[in-house]
Design a protein around this ligand. Sequence first.
Ligand code: OOG
Ligand code: NI
Length: 466
Amino acid sequence: MKQQAFVPAHEIRASFTAAMSEMYRTEVPAYGTLVDLVEEINGETLKGNTGLKQSLTLSGGLERLQDERHGAIRLGKPEELSMMRRVFAIMGMLPVSYYDLSIAGIPVHSTAFRPVDKVELEKNPFRIFTSLLRLDMIKDESLRAAAAAVLEKRDIFTNGAYVLVEKAENEGGLYAEDVKAFVAEVLETFRWHSEAAVSEELYERLHSAHRLVADVVSFKGPHINHLTPCTLDIDKVQADMPKKNISPKAVVEGPPSRKCPILLRQTSFKALNEQVNYQEEDGSFKTGSHTARFGEIEQRGCALTPAGRALYDELLLKARAEITPDASGENAGVYIENLEKTFADFPDTWDGLRREKLAYFVYSLTANAEGIRLDTAVPLEDLVADGLVEFAPVIYEDFLPVSAAGIFQSNLGDEAAQDFIELPNKALFENALGAKVLDEFELYASMEEASIAACFAGLGLKGRAA
Ligand code: OOG
Ligand code: NI
C-alpha cells in the first residue's frame, strides 16, 4: 500500500487563513467591503502598470498577493500562549520577535507567528500578531485578582483542537482526513462571542484599567480583532475608503510613500461598536456594547537592517515630534508633507539602500552568468558591477516596530495612554510561550547570506573574497 503523505504546513495554513477570512467577512461586513476595494485597486494598479515590476517583486508575486493577510489576537494567560504556539507550529508558523507594548502604555507584550523560510513565505505568508495580557500591569490589586479569577476558569480551545494538536505532534504531521477538522476546531477559538463572561460592573472596572484589559478578560475567547489584506497602492485605498462608507484613520502609519518602499505602511478603520450581553451575578443578561474589532490594510516594503531600522526610528520620531498627526485629520496634509521632507534623508534607490547596508537584499545570477565558471574568488561587488549578479529587496514580513509607531494606541482609540507600572520582560514572555522567539534580523540576514552563497556556488566558487 502506498504510504499517505502529511499535508504540507503551507496548505494547512492556507486553509485556515481562507476559513478565517470567510468567517470575518460575515462577522464584520466592512471587512468584506475593504477586501473588495483592495482587490479592485490592486487590479487597476496592475493594469496601469505603475511600478508594476517593483511592486510585484516586493509583494512576492501575484499569487501570494491574493493570500496575503495578517491578523491579530490577544490572549489572557500563559497556557493560552503556549497552546497557541503549538497550534501555529502545525501551520508552519513560528514566533518571531518580541514586541514590548508597555513602552506605548499598553498592558500586553507580543510576538508574531509567521512562516520563516523563503519557500514557505512564497507559498503563503500569513502572519498573526499575538499578544499576552500583562496582568501585573494592573495597579488595583483587587481588580487584578478578579481578572485572574475570570481567566483561570476559561479554556479557549476545543477538545477536538487538543486531540488533533497532540496527534500531529506525536505523528509528525496531519493527514488530509484530519486537516479539515483541525481547521474547524481551531477556528472556534477565533470566533466572536457576544456573551461576555463578566458582569457589567466588572466589565466597567476592567475597562477603566485599560480597554484592552476589558477586551481580553471579558470574553470566552480571543476573537480575531482584525484581518489585514495587502494592497499595491495604500494611498489610493485610503483615499477611496470614504466612497465605500468606510472612514479610515487620519493618516497612513509608518514611513511615507517612497520610490523604494521600506518596512510597511498601514491604515485602518475605527473599531466597531458591538452589542454584547454581560452576565450578571444572578444569572441574568444585561445588554451593553464593546469596541474591539476593526479593519486594516497594509502595503509592504523591504526589510531594514539594524542600521536602517535605527535611521527609520530616528526620522519617524523627528517628524512626529515636529508635527503629530491629529485624530481629526485636520493636520494630515502638513503631517504627510513634513514626514516626506524628513525622510529625504533616507536613501531612496535600491542600490543606495544596499550600498549603505540599510536594507536586506537577495542576490541571484543573471543570464550573463550562464556557463561561466570562475577559479579565483572575487568580491560580490565585482560580480554586480560585471552584470553577473543582480539583486532584489527582501520583503519585510514583520510588524511596525513599536518604538516609533503610533498604530497601537490609535487602534484602541485616541485617548491618552494610561499610566502603568513598567516591567519589560521578554524572559517572562518566553516562559509563557514555552520557547524562545526568533530574531527577525537574523532571519533576514541568513536569507541574504544564503542567496550570496548560492551565487558563488553557481559560479563554481566555494566562497566569496573578503
Ligand atoms: C495588535 C496590533 C498590531 C499591527 O498591524 O500593527 C497589528 C492588536 O491590536 O491586537 O496588528
Ligand atoms: Ni494589524
